[in-house]
Design a protein around this ligand. Structure first.
Ligand code: HEC
Ligand code: HEC
Length: 187
């Protein structure tokens, strides 16, 4: 269940310069983006964030919108940027369809034994907080989460080691993707 906290006032002075001048436009200075197509970065694991940035740079992960920031990423200290966003407090997300979220919870916690979908919680943890190996999902915008799962399913996102997420996503229906993304937003 998402708890609404008053938005903390971001202390912009603490943020690395590239965050203030470039990244904050989309991801927020405190990593809590407002637009649902721009992922929240606050509280995601530093190792995961750094991996993604390096893979945008190498072309292993591709996205037209992020690609415009590649020159900025190239000249930034990615370890510092990743550590900064990892330390920010994640703002809770919002669930707009409780019924959909309830269906998503079943899939998240137990998977789908009929179609062979493993429980998301087995890797991303029941709270969705993740750990050093699996990224935090909790509180992420449902629009972004669903788009990433669809990208793994379509094979347009291929930077998951050992095809872990592509194997999971291939077995998910569009309805299951929408449901699990809605549930994750409220974690
Ligand atoms: C114009 C908007 C925009 C700007 C500016 C921007 N990003 Fe992004 N960022 C995005 C979008 C959109 C995605 C999702 C890409 C996708 O769908 O694969 C993303 C994804 C990411 C991700 C992956 C998140 C995840 O959960 O996997 C990281 C890390 C990231 N951006 C860091 C940065 C950093 C650091 C900067 C500044 C140098 C930056 N971004 C600037 C829009 C932006
Ligand atoms: C066997 C472990 C495993 C299972 C099970 C698993 N995941 Fe993942 N997931 C991963 C890994 C590893 C990544 C990071 C891939 C990368 O490095 O880009 C990931 C990434 C993701 C992302 C992208 C996050 C972002 O910020 O872009 C989403 C969304 C996601 N998983 C959702 C799910 C859902 C929903 C389920 C259940 C239906 C699930 N995962 C089951 C291992 C797993």
């Amino acid at each position: 269940m998402a708890i609404a906290f008053a938005a903390p006032v971001a202390i912009a002075a603490d943020a690395p310069e590239v965050v203030q001048t470039v990244c904050s436009a989309c991801h927020g200075v405190d990593g809590n983006s407002v637009a649902p197509t721009f992922p929240k970065l606050a509280g995601l694991q530093a190792a995961y964030l750094e991996k993604q940035m390096r893979e945008f740079l190498s072309g292993k992960r591709k996205n037209e919108i992020m690609d415009a920031s590649l020159p900025a990423l190239k000249s930034a200290d990615l370890t510092v940027v990743a550590a900064y966003y990892a330390e920010q407090k994640p703002a809770g997300g919002t669930v707009s369809d409780e019924k959909l979220a309830a269906a998503g919870k079943v899939l998240f916690d137990d998977g789908n034994t009929t179609s062979g979908v493993p429980a998301c919680s087995g890797c991303h943890l029941p709270t969705g907080a993740g750990n050093e190996r699996y990224p935090r999902l909790a509180g992420q915008h449902a629009t972004y989460t669903a788009a990433q799962i669809q990208a793994f399913k379509a094979g347009t996102r291929t930077n998951d080691k050992a095809r872990v997420m592509r194997a999971v996503a291939a077995r998910l229906t569009d309805e299951e993707i929408a449901a699990v993304a809605e549930y994750i937003a409220g974690l």
